[in-house]
Ligand binder design. Structure first.
Ligand SMILES: [Zn+2]
Length: 356
């Protein structure tokens, strides 16, 4: 749990801590944030009311009880509740738009949104795309944040279900969908069986990533060698194996780490806010980028995740600049768009450093 500290100005109005203000202004590129995990609690309550769906007495105040997420099953159960209230095109537009606007408010310039079609309770894939892309377009117009889509295959389901979803992705291909991921509980769905699905995605020109939060280091090699992933979500256990760590450092494999959610979930350390594994990964020379995973569900946001690392590890602007540049390099934009994003990021950092 991260507490933002405030200083009281002479006027009596609380002012954000100056260091926190700088971290908020750091330009950010978001590669590991889930659409269903970034729905405002108040929006969940309003959509439940709209569709007459019971939240079992939960309110906006207690819907996201992140203290209970040490148990991944409890987190996924709440995620299912969120998925159950998002039914029509307007809902999909709204949650996408709000999620991107909220990110832009923390200087996120670009996001590859991770979506999980199986978590949407039977809403057809085409409708998901229509609603989500409409929200993406309006967020770009209103807040300047650009985005693409990464479609997550649910590893707790069968390989046949993943294959069927890949059929939808390929048959209903749109430019916004740049790749696929592998999400939900790694312990219940090891990566090997999904290799043929990922290889078929590669043949269709889709990029690949996958979650590895609790699995052994050899899972990371399977993701690289058999699933053809070009980046890894989390990947904290890589540091348990020196050889695989060295290999990933040499190859510049990007790991997209999420400090606050992974601390609460005990993935990146002991849950004591030390972010021990992220520190080890950085010290080992791995390519690290930072994101927020499921921000409101874990009581965080893109700035708070940087504050957590700044507080625990003493990281300053130079380190956060490296993280953002790693994220830019790890995007699945084409070369022209990636170069434009890199320029945008560099301009923002230049401006940030000129602030006295
Ligand atoms: Zn995730």
């Amino acid at each position: 749990m991260i507490t933002v500290t405030y200083q009281v100005a002479a006027s009596g109005q609380p002012q954000p801590n100056p260091r926190h203000r700088v971290l908020r202004a750091v330009p950010k590129v978001s590669l590991h944030c889930h659409l269903l995990g970034s729905v405002r609690a108040q929006t969940v309550v309003e959509l439940a009311g709209k569709h007459d769906i019971s939240l079992d007495g939960r309110s906006a105040e207690n819907l996201y009880d992140h203290a209970s997420y040490e148990d991944l099953g409890e987190f996924l159960r709440v995620l299912d509740v969120v998925g159950s209230v998002v039914r029509d095109l307007d809902d999909l537009h709204r949650i996408t738009y709000e999620s991107l606007i909220d990110a832009a408010d923390h200087q996120v310039l670009y996001r590859e949104i991770q979506i999980s079609p199986p978590g949407h309770g039977g809403v057809p894939y085409r409708r998901l795309l229509d609603g989500i892309t409409a929200g993406m377009r309006d967020a770009r117009t209103d807040a300047g944040i650009d985005s693409r889509i990464v479609v997550g295959l649910n590893r707790e389901q069968s390989v046949a279900a993943a294959d069927a979803l890949l059929d939808d992705i390929i048959e209903q291909r749109i430019d916004e969908v740049v790749g696929i991921g592998l999400d939900y509980a790694e312990a219940l769905g090891p990566p090997e069986p999904f290799a043929p699905v990922f290889q078929r995605a590669a043949s269709a020109g889709l990029q690949r990533t996958a979650h590895s939060e609790t699995g052994p280091p050899r899972h990371i090699e399977i993701l690289l060698d058999e699933l053809g992933c070009s980046r890894i979500d989390h990947g904290y256990h890589v540091v348990d194996n020196d050889r695989i760590t060295r290999r990933c450092a040499e190859e510049g494999v990007p790991f997209i780490c999420t400090p606050v959610s992974s601390d609460i979930g005990r993935y990146s350390g002991s849950g004591d806010g030390s972010h021990r594994r992220i520190a080890q990964m950085v010290n080992a020379g791995l390519a690290i980028a930072i994101d927020s995973d499921d921000p409101p569900m874990f009581g965080t946001d893109p700035t708070r995740d940087l504050i957590a690392l700044s507080d625990a590890l003493g990281y300053g602007l130079e380190q956060f600049e490296r993280f953002t540049h790693t994220a830019v390099d790890a995007t699945w934009l084409d070369d022209t768009d990636r170069a434009a994003l890199r320029q945008h990021v560099e301009r923002q950092f230049t401006a940030l450093k000129e602030i006295p």
